[in-house]
Design a protein around this ligand. Sequence first.
Ligand code: ATP
Length: 294
Amino acid sequence: MIIAKNLTKRYGKITALNNVSFTIEAGEAVALWGANGAGKTTTLRCLLGVQGFEGELTVNGINVSRNGKAARAAIGYVPQEAAFYDMTVLETLRFYARLKKTDPQRVNDVLEQVQLTAHGSKRVNMLSGGMKQRLALAVALLADPPVLVLDEPTANLDVKAQRDFIHTVQMLNQSGKTIVFSSHRLDEVIALGSRVIVLSDGELMLECRPHELAEKLGLHRWLRIWVATQHKENTLKVLDEQGFTYMPNGRSVYVQVNLGGKIAPLRLLEMASIPVEDFDLIDGELVIQEENHG
Ligand code: ATP
């Protein structure tokens, strides 16, 4: 569905993308992963045909450089935060349906696809962040494109809205849409992605399955657990016996957990009758700050 060969994009002296090649099959859900400035947005903008680039890019068999408009027609695009006029949800969709010259009947279909049917008469300014993103998704679906491109679509959403949104995109993927999305969130890459393309300083660093990402990149997840001082010694003993990697820090202890196993240390302490006062989840490398021991 998408073939990129030696995709290169330079902004003056900055090389935002350097000879990046990848193929995305129809029906895949591919995540673009990388630090800020790695080239994710640039890759998506090339796909959309909204900027020039070197190399070759085809979307649905259409050469993007030669026929940007036709290639764009194969893509529905959802930005990180869409701007809408202050109309109702229905008016907004009818407006875009006219603009895109799609059958007005599509408005009801897409409303249903993003579960906004009950909110058609609400003004856009009254919608929650999650609903606004659903509306952006509905707009992207109007022309029924085979590909959906989403640039960090949940970056501004709370956890519940993020999960709901990702679930909706999962359904669309299951119904046959090819999905390309950028994300900083490991959990959603794992939930939605069938494959991850990792970019680093404009280069394709690796491609892997989502569940391999943390290990391949050396990413870790830590559970920080607070227990009362009198339980500290026993906590460390129990964690030690069960083979956890941990680091005590004042009244808390950092425990390294698997992506799917964040609850395991909590269950263990519960079984050992050690009351947990609080806990927190930390992604990535541990930076332990000194704290008062109390
Ligand atoms: P983020 O997660 O911050 O969105 P990203 O992976 O999407 O990062 P890009 O936005 O693609 O990264 O940027 C890649 C590189 O290109 C960066 O060094 C960025 O500063 C540079 N860049 C992007 N757009 C422009 C532009 N219009 N003019 C000049 N440099 C740009």
